[in-house]
Design a protein around this ligand. Structure first.
Ligand code: HEM
Length: 518
């Protein structure tokens, strides 16, 4: 398809090395490579190399790809194949009608009402972690927020998926899930693709981990099948098992259930863990905003643990979390590949182009965000959110294929952070380097080392909690096959954070602050 006025202009981009293009830069640090190319060339950048990549960052282009022209933009086959080795044919790795049918079946389970039953599990697991933290605080020891949050989110997800049965095999399964994630990550960035059947040490570890997970998940599926469908103690697995496709009435087979469970583990564990560990970093480095969030938690909860009913009252905490997700979107890039030629930002994009949509850069575009590197939760108040285009903020992507676990994630983030604020002040270990590592998710390369101080009632009440106005709910995007999957519409924490569309001029490519590290 020609561009405007019949042109077939290709996007600008760095020349790179002969044959290799920017491949070595990508291997060194893909995030820094993106940011520097965006500063030099603008919102749409073409990288040369063995796999030519187009970087997409402008909200208009994101809206076009994720929502308006959604059917033309599946995940690249290569992505689905590499991730599918672990998770099979689940929600993340399928396309077209197969994906649509799965989404219809899985999405209802992840709406607010069915999820309410898991609030207690989230509180309970968090309190158990904080009980351990009491001892760490008492002895003045150091903890790594990244590993703590990985264990916590894995436990919460496993308990929600399988009830208490997880504890039988927790240690071995936790490490098997970590091995799967590591394998997916290394496959996605590898230059050469060594098939899993080749017995390299990494492949052997991967296959052993996959077998352990398969055996366990299939055993749990068999146990659930033997229970009555309307049992009281429903977990996500039994909910998925008994939810028919609303169009065909079909239920999932064991293999489909296994793939869905593995997909949820991979998509729903590391993302929340990474966000929580960045939030711990912010709680220790942004005292004014942290004090305000803590004061609100004290005012709303008065020392009780949070319930579902409390969450909409934690308005400032919601803004705090939204701002954390802006600065540190765990899925900092999202891959797509057009089926047909298209035009983005006036440039010709041939079918089969490998597109990477960088939420990290979109969230720092100075055209939409004042002082983009600054931490300012009040950017998400109703008035300020209304002045931005909806697709300037996409931590959960957008359109029909947005994050199906968004409501679960927001609920978990709010509960964990509220409990944490009630009990501890976090202090960064002086001199510990905080460096972003752009793997499959955006992690802290050296972890986030902190010490703890217990909160005393007097200290917590010293700061008043001012009122916050929240954004209005936005309607679901056009063409969305799922009733309530507009970004944040399924958010149990408050009405919604979706911003209405605004007519904002194109970005003049003003430079942002450094991206690769802090
Ligand atoms: C802070 C936490 C989270 C963030 C920022 C996040 C972000 C995202 C993003 C950006 C996508 C779109 C990816 C793409 O199109 O390639 C996505 C998809 C998905 N997420 Fe999340 N996610 C989070 C937590 C969760 C949780 C807790 C679950 C489940 C328990 C989950 C399950 C999924 C699934 C299954 C998909 C695929 C949806 C589809 O293709 O229809 N996510 N997520």
């Amino acid at each position: 398809m020609p561009g405007p006025n019949g042109t077939r202009r290709r996007p600008p981009g760095p020349q790179g090395l002969p044959l290799l293009g920017s491949a070595l830069d990508f291997r060194r640090n893909p995030l820094e490579t993106f940011v520097s190319a965006w500063r030099d060339h603008g919102d749409l950048v073409q990288f040369r190399g063995p796999v030519p990549v187009v970087l997409v960052t402008h909200p208009d282009d994101l809206k076009h790809i994720l929502a308006d022209n959604f059917d033309n933009y599946p995940h690249p086959d290569d992505f689905n194949r590499k991730v599918g080795v672990s998770v099979g044919q689940g929600l993340v790795t399928t396309e077209g009608e197969v994906w649509r049918a799965q989404r219809r079946t899985v999405a209802p389970t992840f709406r607010r009402e069915p999820l309410e039953r898991f609030a207690g599990v989230m509180v309970d697991s968090t309190q158990r972690m904080l009980g351990r933290w009491d001892r760490i605080a008492r002895y003045g020891q150091t903890l790594d927020a990244r590993t703590e949050m990985q264990s916590l989110t894995l436990e919460i997800l496993a308990r929600c998926l399988f009830r208490a049965d997880w504890s039988r095999d927790a240690l071995a399964l936790g490490s098997a899930v970590a091995t799967q994630l590591e394998h997916i990550n290394s496959k996605l960035i590898a230059v050469a693709n060594i098939p899993e059947k080749v017995p390299t040490p990494r492949n052997r570890r991967f296959r052993a981990a996959r077998k352990l997970l398969d055996d366990t998940v299939y055993r749990l599926i068999a146990e659930r099948r033997a229970e009555p469908a309307d049992g009281d103690a429903q977990d996500l697995l039994s909910m998925l098992m008994h939810t028919p496709d609303p169009e065909t009435g079909r239920l999932m087979t064991d293999e489909q259930l296994r793939d869905q469970v593995m997909t949820l583990f991979i998509a729903g564990h590391e993302t929340v863990a990474a966000t929580l560990s960045w939030i711990c970093h912010l709680l220790s480095t942004r005292p004014a905003e942290t004090d305000r969030a803590r004061a609100e938690v004290q005012k709303v909860l008065g020392g009780r643990t949070p319930t579902m009913e409390d969450l909409p009252q934690l308005k400032y905490l919601k803004l705090f979390i939204q701002e954390a997700l802006r600065l540190y979107p765990p899925l900092w890039q999202v891959a797509r590949m057009p089926l047909k030629d298209d035009v983005l930002s006036g440039y010709h994009i041939p079918a089969g182009s490998f597109l990477l949509l960088s939420t990290y850069i979109t969230h720092r575009n100075p055209e939409f965000w004042d002082n983009p590197e600054g931490f300012d939760p009040e950017r998400f108040t109703r008035e300020r959110a209304a002045a931005r285009p909806r697709y300037a903020y996409v931590p959960y992507a957008g359109g029909p294929r947005n994050c199906v676990g968004m409501a679960f994630a927001n609920m978990e983030l709010t509960i964990v952070v509220a409990c944490l604020l009630q009990r501890f002040h976090l202090d960064m270990v002086p001199g510990h380097p905080i460096v972003m590592q752009p793997d499959i998710s955006l992690r802290a390369k050296h972890g986030i080392l902190m010490t703890l101080r217990p909160v005393t009632d007097a200290g917590a009440r010293a700061v008043a909690a001012p009122e916050v106005t929240m954004p209005e709910a936005a309607p679901a995007p056009a063409g969305c096959p799922v009733e309530r999957d507009a970004p944040d519409a399924a958010d149990p924490v408050a009405s919604s954070a979706s911003e209405p569309e605004a007519d904002v001029p194109r970005c003049p490519h003003r430079p942002a602050e450094t991206a690769g590290s802090e």
